[in-house]
Design a protein around this ligand. Structure first.
Ligand SMILES: Cc1ncc(COP(=O)(O)O)c(C=O)c1O
Length: 435
């Protein structure tokens, strides 16, 4: 058969090469724009293999080896997070993992939601910190709660949810006759990398009978580090956890794990009992028909197998060390000013104050100017291809830079100094008249 072609292969290759040329090279050390960076090469090999196999993992018969690998890996991860008898699933991203958490929490208290929907339920309230990721607001809309059902709890100067404010808010909702359903604690906020007081929040949730979900999408990778995993103390008390190995740890996207303490609940809350797929009269143990699961586990398994627990721990320790070095350099170098310290996750947040701004009264107008200077420096850094770095405002702060360190590519202190040097040099090119 002769195939009808759109373009021939030479043309196609030319197009693809052009696209690559004009794409951002996220594998470089100077890409610091996101919470992900270069992929782990072992993970990439795993991703290519599973893509080439082009298989789904809903039934054991179609992907026996991949199914067993996912179960094995999930058990290992559950053990690391301190919920050895729990269950889990790989989902298409952290936002989706949070949806799983809310669906489980809602089903646990109100199983009738599956047949009757939200109309059968009292008014349900979700709690999260004002520095948390926007996926909770999105989930509130998608799942029919409505965004007005979310309570944003104040954070302290380090970006952690203030537990006493949370306690007050839960009580207020109860007094008003509404039902506090779920608290979303964050282990590693998107910008500051703050880790909420998980232990305290878990106890508070227990006292009030509220589901405790931990969004560990970013900071969850610290669980890999023998030295830093204590920062996540209390995560083992959570009812559910989301963790994105595709962020800090460098698994190829998407790779997001959702973990849950109550073993049967994930299946009960989500199964649609599709009889055409999950026949009960198969010739093997149908408990291995894992339903919604995916092959995303395989790429993570390949990198884990290659590096081992110790290798991943070393990578986590290395980036925390680099982040400490970056933070100390920023705090001592003239023109740089830290937003928060000490370090919680490997996020370093700071302003660069050009010489023409120094030594002046730091009033509202001064800060408004800084708000414009940070994006201008970013523009100069990007256009000169010296560094692609994130900036952000927060309710308490005008625009500032965030450098978030990821496992790959493995960097050294020299490269950290080069990044800061680039920021300083571009910062000094900013002219007040251009703002
Ligand atoms: C703290 C936190 N939680 C959740 C998410 C959402 O993850 P995803 O982009 O995989 O949906 C992000 C994304 O940056 C995040 O920073």
């Amino acid at each position: 058969m002769t195939y009808v072609q759109g373009v021939n292969d030479t043309e196609l290759e030319k197009c693809i090469r052009k696209i690559l040329e004009y794409s951002v090279k996220t594998n470089k050390a100077i890409f610091k724009n996101q919470l992900f960076g270069c992929t782990d090469p072992y993970g990439l090999a795993g991703a290519w293999i599973s893509e080439a196999f082009n298989t789904g993992q809903y039934t054991f018969e179609v992907a026996p080896a991949f199914t067993l690998i996912e179960l094995k890996l999930l058990n290992h991860i559950l053990n690391l997070f301190g919920i050895p008898n729990g269950d889990g699933i790989f989902s298409p991203g952290g936002s989706m993992s949070l949806l799983y958490g809310i669906v489980a929490a809602r089903y646990k208290t109100f199983p009738e939601v599956k047949s009757k929907g939200m109309r059968a339920l009292p008014e349900l309230i979700l709690f999260t910190s004002e520095d948390s990721h926007y996926s909770l607001r999105k989930a509130a809309h998608w799942l029919g709660f409505g965004t007005e059902s979310v309570r944003y709890i104040k954070t302290n100067d380090r970006g952690q949810m203030i537990t006493s404010e949370l306690a007050k808010s839960i009580q207020e909702e109860k007094d008003a006759g509404r039902h506090p359903l779920l608290v979303n604690g964050t282990a590693g906020t998107t910008v500051l990398g703050a880790i909420d007081e998980l232990d305290e929040i878990a106890d508070l949730c227990k006292r009030h009978g509220v589901w405790f979900h931990v969004d560990a999408c970013w900071g969850g990778s610290l669980i890999l580090s023998r030295k830093y995993k204590n920062r996540l103390k209390g995560v083992e008390k959570a009812d559910s956890i989301s963790w994105n190995p595709h962020k800090m740890a460098g698994a190829p996207m998407q790779c997001s794990a959702f973990l849950i303490r109550d073993k049967g609940l994930l299946h009960e809350a989500n199964s649609a009992a599709a009889k055409y797929l999950f026949q009960q009269d198969k010739f093997y143990d149908i408990s291995y028909d894992t339903g919604d699961k995916s092959v995303d586990a395989f790429k993570l398994w390949v990198m884990w197998k290659a590096r081992g627990d110790r290798g991943l721990s070393q990578l986590a320790d290395h980036i925390m060390g680099l982040a400490e070095f970056c933070l100390e350099t920023v705090s001592s170098r003239s023109g740089f000013r830290l937003v928060t310290a000490p370090l919680q996750c490997p996020n370093v947040c700071f302003w660069y104050i050009p010489k023409f701004m120094r030594g002046k009264e730091e009033n509202e107008a001064w800060w408004e100017m800084m708000h414009k200077i940070t994006p201008k420096i970013k523009e100069l850094l990007t256009l000169s291809s010296r560094l692609m770095v994130a900036y952000s405002p927060l309710p308490k702060h005008k625009n500032f830079f965030r450098i978030a360190f990821t496992f790959h590519p493995v960097m050294d202190e020299r490269q950290v100094l080069d990044m800061l040097q680039a920021i300083e040099e571009c910062g000094e090119q900013v002219k007040p008249a251009t703002l």
